[in-house]
Write a protein of this length. Structure first.
Length: 198
């Protein structure tokens, strides 16, 4: 294979990553080319480690290296409260605040009719099953304060309106249209503390 073809294959892989355009892919490609063998091997083995050992919790959908994650299986976590988030990353951001003593449920997306994502495309069915198996007192919906995040929160609160579950939504602090990822720990912590019943 000629040099350019080999490089192009790498660029194609790199530019398939989120937020990496063709230019950045080329820059990263050349960075990797110049990397010392040890650093390159470490990079590859870290990728393989992620591929081979990290999976998604069968209960909450967060990342884990077991069938059931440490949070779901912890006897120290409250079982009467579930915090609903969009992505597994959000569990990490919220855990850093230390505000959630209960468990989590990752939806793996939000309802977005324009993108063809209905309630059946995200993990709402799994959430309802969990609530049926282990009823909770409070369901804190911490989807991002975007149109889709709000619509998803409304949808969930509507289908659960005839239950005794208190449904809350993270409040002030997280900028409308923003994502949890960009909120600092203090802001996110305040947003969880001042949640509203919906
Ligand atoms: Zn879990």
């Amino acid at each position: 294979m000629v040099t350019e073809q080999i490089l192009n294959k790498l660029i194609a892989s790199l530019s398939s990553l989120p937020g990496v355009g063709k230019k950045s892919a080329l820059r990263i490609g050349f960075y990797l080319l110049r990397l010392e063998k040890k650093s390159f091997d470490d990079f590859i083995s870290n990728l393989l480690l992620v591929r081979d050992s990290i999976t998604f919790c069968e209960s909450c959908g967060s990342i884990t290296d077991k069938k059931i994650c440490d949070i779901c299986s912890s006897p120290d976590r409250l079982t009467n409260m579930i915090c609903v988030v969009e992505k597994p990353e959000d569990v990490i951001f919220i855990e850093r605040t230390g505000e959630i003593k209960g468990k989590y449920h990752v939806l793996d997306g939000v309802i977005s009719p324009l993108d063809g994502i209905g309630p059946d495309k995200i993990r709402i069915r799994e959430l309802l099953q969990r609530l049926k198996d282990n009823p909770v007192e409070e369901l804190l919906i911490a989807t991002n304060p975007t149109i889709q995040g709000d619509a998803t929160a409304s949808y969930i609160s509507t289908i659960l309106k005839d239950t005794n579950i208190k449904i809350t939504r993270i409040a002030h602090g997280v900028t409308v249209g923003s994502t949890l990822e960009y909120a600092d720990q203090y802001t996110l912590s305040k947003a969880i503390k001042s949640r509203n019943t919906i």
